[in-house]
Design a protein around this ligand. Structure first.
Ligand code: CP
Ligand code: NVA
Length: 303
């Protein structure tokens, strides 16, 4: 594995390899076993959008692996003043051992990978959030002891999370149902991809119907970063697309609830359901650290 740009690029075997390594690194961390597998390596972290989890988990993860992480805000970089990504990639490749980037256009991440010659990790774009999905799959496997044949249901906006979860869950053998309003379906590239899984994927408009027999329920904000000006309009479009008691009642009794965070209580999820499943949701947040450490080791070790 050279980069982590999107879930579409990963094979099932690569996903499982990342999850297994993440479990091992988590075990080592919890048991005080040193795992300085990136001693002397430097990761540049470019942020064009806000972040709590991604920034702190990458920075801490790199430290635990014996390396160093450099926070690069786009406000301070020349990229924020129009220096082409092609030039930025070639320059940063001369200093760093890897780049994590959070930005808007997926093309920017793909361009960094094309023009630079160091590993690129996508820390969220408008199209994809693969680091989050790897942590999500790790968390589901921890709680359910398997992935294959589980019923996964995502309720809400067909956004970067829906795109990446759909691909990741299908690739590991889960059944995926999306409960999205008309007009807010995932990216066309994802809708093309799911055609390979006619028996394992469906989209419905009714959230209660979507949640039927779910083993895992997932939701995300109605307005993603960059969509702030549409927030009020989106509150109307997504009204009812909420994980609440009615949706929970439609799911299987032991159904997990996950949320990538930050969460907006009483919008996409009720405070009650959130708190009843806080344990799972904060395990999920913790697992960002372990899953990303696995990704960094896989793309940066021995390079
Ligand atoms: N879930 C997630 O990526 O969180 P941050 O935006 O805080 O990094
Ligand atoms: N869909 C959200 C995910 C945040 C982690 C966003 O892009 O803002």
């Amino acid at each position: 594995m050279k980069h982590l740009l999107k879930m579409l690029d990963l094979s099932t075997e690569e996903i499982i390899e990342i999850l297994n390594l993440a479990d091992q690194l988590k075990y080592e961390q919890k048991n005080g076993i040193p795992h300085r597998r990136l001693e002397g390596k430097t990761l540049g972290m470019i942020f064009q959008k806000a972040s709590t989890r991604t920034r702190v988990s990458f920075e801490t993860g790199m430290y635990q692996l014996g390396g160093y992480a450099l926070f690069l805000s786009s406000n301070d970089l020349q990229i924020g003043r129009g220096e082409p990504v092609q030039d930025t990639a070639r320059v940063l490749s001369r200093y760093l051992d890897g780049i994590m980037i959070r930005t808007f256009a997926q093309k920017e991440v793909e361009d960094l990978a094309e023009y630079g010659n160091i590993p690129i990790i996508n820390g969220l774009t408008d199209f994809a959030h693969p680091c989050q999905v790897l942590a999500d799959l790790m968390t589901i496997r921890e709680h359910k002891n398997k992935l294959e044949d589980l019923n996964f249901c995502y309720i809400g906006d067909g956004n970067n999370m829906a795109n990446s979860l759909t691909v990741g869950c299908l690739k590991v053998g889960m059944n995926v149902t999306l409960g999205c309003p008309e007009g807010y379906y995932p990216d066309p590239e994802i809708l093309e991809f799911v055609k390979q899984y006619p028996d394992n994927f469906k989209i419905v408009n009714d959230p209660v119907e979507a949640a039927k027999n779910a083993d895992v329920l997932y939701t995300d904000v109605w307005a993603s970063m960059g969509q702030e000006s549409e927030a009020e309009m989106r509150k109307i479009a997504f009204k009812g697309y909420q994980i609440n008691d009615a949706v929970m009642a439609s799911a299987n009794p032991e159904c997990m609830v996950l949320h990538c965070l930050p969460a907006h209580r009483e919008e996409e999820i009720t405070a009650k359901v959130f708190e009843e499943h806080a344990n799972e949701i904060f395990d999920e947040a913790e697992n960002r650290l372990h899953a990303q450490k696995a990704v960094m080791v896989m793309v940066m070790e021995n390079k």
